[in-house]
Design a protein around this ligand. Structure first.
Ligand SMILES: CC(=O)SCCNC(=O)CCNC(=O)[C@H](O)C(C)(C)COP(=O)(O)OP(=O)(O)OC[C@H]1O[C@@H](n2cnc3c(N)ncnc32)[C@H](O)[C@@H]1OP(=O)(O)O
Length: 420
């Protein structure tokens, strides 16, 4: 019997959202508070909610939802500040009673097929466990620095930072959605997920009580240049003290800054709250301006972890939707177990920043690799040559790994700053 036999894929409509949420709570290990339900509804792209339902009594109660997922319809910024239609996969959950029967595999195929029908050339996700997604063709497209910045950390002076003003407000979808969306869309860092359309687009403003862990509600710092917003950050604080010493913490979630001065003004603000000793964040790019502006970057106790996992679903469209930084003419041989249309040989010719990607069935490939390695290199944060050095990409024509590496590497490290 096929592993996922006895189940069928379904769309999950509004009337079954509570069943959807039950599967999520079982899989993610937790009970939500009843009062938080609306926050979860607001965070879900309902019209793209899918599931797997039991059809064979040998598998469970017929009609019962055994597994779910959903995805945001969005665009992702690619190297050079271009964009590619992207699905942000999230909410992936298999009820523990139905694990290891191939339901995730069935849902991934469902997701890939629907994305391709919609013209989404890339799927991207945040991984709960990093070992799962490579087998489905995802590669670690970007990394992030987790940092703990001490209060009042000294920074190299950036001209103009002192002239900027800051507003601190309670974050609200009604009051701030336009402002945040507008700023987010102007960020040029590859990996930036541009605001999704449809339901779930207010996910960044949701604030379930059960997730606060004693912290205040999400607040927004808005840096302005003569009344024009130039940076924003979602943050929240928690007071704590022992033996009369106040050592509260501040958590910074999504943030973005358009200029060096805006970045400095933002972080000066976020690291200088009374009664708060440490400001921590998980959303710094590996070359974030803050890391260069801090006089003692080691003092921020940083560590690097995976950020966005990326999967090319339509190789020519995805590769042609980014800029390149050196001319090249390289033929690659690809394997792709889950999207066979991607497999085979592709010729990548780059002239003046633009790639033309065509089928090259007769040519012997200069490089061979799996789709996950091309996906890893896509945003320009990992070099094809380093993947060759690791034995993951195979070079058949000397020097071609470097050719493609130099063309694809981004001058700016990729990062997704919005955890969907
Ligand atoms: C993008 C996101 O939403 S991230 C959140 C993902 N969700 C979670 O982590 C919630 C808790 N976990 C779950 O819901 C499930 O266990 C899932 C989704 C991780 C896996 O679902 P399953 O239906 O059991 O997976 P399925 O049976 O299709 O297995 C697919 C393959 O992945 C492997 N796999 C499954 N889970 C894991 C894991 N945790 N670590 C490593 N490999 C795994 C399986 O061994 C299998 O490998 P194979 O193809 O070589 O046989």
């Amino acid at each position: 019997m096929k592993k996922s036999a006895g189940y069928q894929p379904i769309s999950v409509f509004e009337d079954r959202l509570d069943e959807f949420f039950q599967v999520v709570q079982w899989a993610f290990v937790g009970e939500w508070l009843l009062e938080d339900r609306q926050d979860y509804v607001d965070a879900l792209p309902v019209e793209r909610a899918r599931g797997v339902e039991v059809v064979d009594p040998a598998r469970g109660d017929v009609g019962e939802i055994a597994a779910v997922h959903a995805s945001f319809g969005t665009e992702m910024t690619t190297p050079g500040g271009r964009r590619v239609p992207t699905a942000g996969l999230s909410w992936l959950a298999v009820h523990p009673a139905h694990r290891r029967r191939g339901l995730m595999t069935a849902m991934m195929h469902d997701h890939f097929q629907r994305c391709r029908e919609r013209g989404e050339a890339v799927s991207a996700l945040y991984a709960m466990e990093a070992a799962i997604y490579s087998r489905f063709g995802y590669g670690m497209g970007s990394q992030t620095v987790k940092a703990e910045v001490p209060r009042g950390a000294a920074m190299w002076t950036v001209d103009g930072a002192d002239q900027l003003t800051v507003r601190l407000e309670r974050a609200s979808f009604e009051a701030h959605d336009e402002l945040v969306s507008h700023l987010q869309a102007r960020l040029t860092r590859p990996g930036t997920i541009i605001n999704p359309v449809g339901s779930g687009r207010n996910a960044r403003f949701t604030d379930p009580v059960g997730n606060r862990k004693g912290m205040e509600k999400w607040r927004l710092a808005i840096v302005e240049d003569r009344g024009e917003p130039v940076a924003y950050a979602f943050f929240r604080r928690r007071a704590q003290s022992s033996v009369g010493i106040h050592d509260g913490v501040c958590q910074v979630r999504e943030f973005g800054a358009l200029t060096p001065a805006a970045s400095q003004r933002l972080w000066q603000t976020l690291t200088d709250f009374d009664l708060v000793e440490t400001t921590y964040t998980e959303n710094l790019a590996t070359d974030d301006p803050l890391l260069h502006q801090l006089k003692d970057a080691r003092g921020a106790r940083s560590k690097v972890v995976d950020n966005l996992w990326v999967r090319l679903l339509d190789v020519p469209v995805a590769l042609q939707s980014r800029e390149y930084f050196h001319d090249c003419d390289v033929t690659i041989g690809l394997t792709d177990k889950h999207v066979p249309d991607n497999a085979g040989a592709w010729r990548i010719v780059v002239r003046n920043g633009d790639a033309t990607v065509t089928r090259a069935e007769d040519a012997a490939p200069d490089l061979t690799m799996d789709i996950r390695h091309l996906s890893t290199a896509y945003l320009g944060g990992t070099s094809i040559e380093s993947l060759a050095a690791a034995g993951l990409v195979r070079e058949h024509t000397a020097g071609q790994a470097r050719e493609l590496a130099v063309a694809m590497m981004s001058p700016v490290a990729p990062l997704a700053n919005w955890d969907f």
